[in-house]
Design a protein. Structure first.
Length: 76
């Protein structure tokens, strides 16, 4: 589990804020991003830091998705 969290954080550190900001730049609707429940709070904190540093609004719907959960039921 720890390896998964560390790998996810490496990806999230640069790629996710850039993806969210790019969608905003092109006036696309905010993305829905699924993350493991164990790192959801950390990802929210990371996005808040990026918001403060770049002084932009990063609109995103962050959803905790665990193994075996159905995506359709989370989005309804």
């Amino acid at each position: 589990m720890l390896t998964t969290s560390i790998s996810a954080m490496v990806i999230v550190q640069g790629g996710l804020p850039m993806y969210i900001a790019t969608r905003g730049l092109y006036n696309l609707k905010p993305p829905t991003v699924f993350v493991p429940p164990c790192i959801k709070d950390d990802v929210e904190d990371l996005l808040q830091v990026h918001r403060r540093m770049s002084q932009i609004e990063l609109k995103v719907e962050l959803v905790a998705l665990d193994l075996g959960m159905d995506i359709a039921s989370l989005l309804s």
